[in-house]
Ligand binder design. Structure first.
Ligand SMILES: [Zn+2]
Length: 249
């Protein structure tokens, strides 16, 4: 038995401890955002350019058809995230800026994030404590109104396109202007995205560090050697290791 020498090194306590580290490692991995950010951002740039073109040629009807083509649920949520957290994610309950990104089971489906405030310990998402929270109308419709407003300030036209009351659309636009702290949609998209991406990279970095730390704990003294490996090596090693943790059927 080739592995016997390895096996006998571990006491029961060691194994229990390692299982705990493995669980923590899996939790750390779950926090990884699972989204195709470049495709999303390309779509957002297109949406922005549709607005700009419409402001030049005045073809609102054409712009509306194009907006509908590129504005899906993922883009709608991403727009909320970029517009609302343009200056960094803030806790909607206590205004604290020390925020942790939490694992989210259905993030892949709805591109829906959850955060934890380090100050008041409240959990929240991108629409928490905002008029969008109830999702009536749906986020897609809120954002369709928002993008259309970039093309035309004719509220009756937007209302007719969305099949909503003019007064409702008027208040929706006001709410969005307040929430996003801007008069016009995606006017500073590049700048906001850059800031958001910085913030996002910081979160991603902290998740990576957490994963490395848990991996070190799990591997014990062997990690000093891994620390000299390239990042890609480490990533592959971590992934391989995580696969090995899965129960064999
Ligand atoms: Zn808070």
């Amino acid at each position: 038995m080739s592995n016997m020498d390895d096996v006998k090194e571990f006491s029961k306590e060691d194994i229990i401890q390692k299982i705990q580290y493995a669980k923590e490692l899996i939790e750390a991995y779950k926090k990884y955002p699972n989204l195709d950010i470049s495709k999303l951002y390309a779509n957002l740039r297109t949406l922005k350019s549709i607005i700009e073109k419409c402001n030049t040629d005045g073809k609102v009807e054409h712009a509306h058809a194009q907006l509908a083509e590129y504005l899906d649920k993922a883009e709608a949520y991403e727009t909320v995230r970029i517009e609302r957290w343009a200056d960094g994610i803030r806790c909607p309950y206590c205004r604290c800026e020390k925020i942790e990104l939490l694992a989210e089971e259905n993030r892949k489906l709805h591109n829906y994030y959850r955060y934890l405030c380090s100050e008041c310990q409240q959990q929240f998402n991108d629409t928490a404590k905002s008029p969008l929270e109830e999702e009536v109308p749906s986020i897609d419709m809120w954002m369709e109104a928002w993008y259309l407003y970039g093309c035309t300030q004719n509220i009756s036209y937007i209302a007719a396109k969305l099949g909503l009351d003019t007064s409702l659309v008027k208040s929706m636009i006001n709410e969005l202007q307040n929430l996003f702290n801007t008069k016009q949609p995606v006017t500073k998209l590049e700048e906001k995205f850059d800031k958001w991406q910085q913030r996002f990279s910081a979160l991603e970095k902290s998740i990576k560090e957490n994963i490395l730390e848990k991996t070190s704990l799990l591997h014990g003294k062997d990690t000093s050697k891994q620390a000299r490996d390239t990042a890609e090596h480490r990533k592959q090693h971590d992934r391989k290791h995580l696969l090995n943790l899965r129960p064999k059927s």
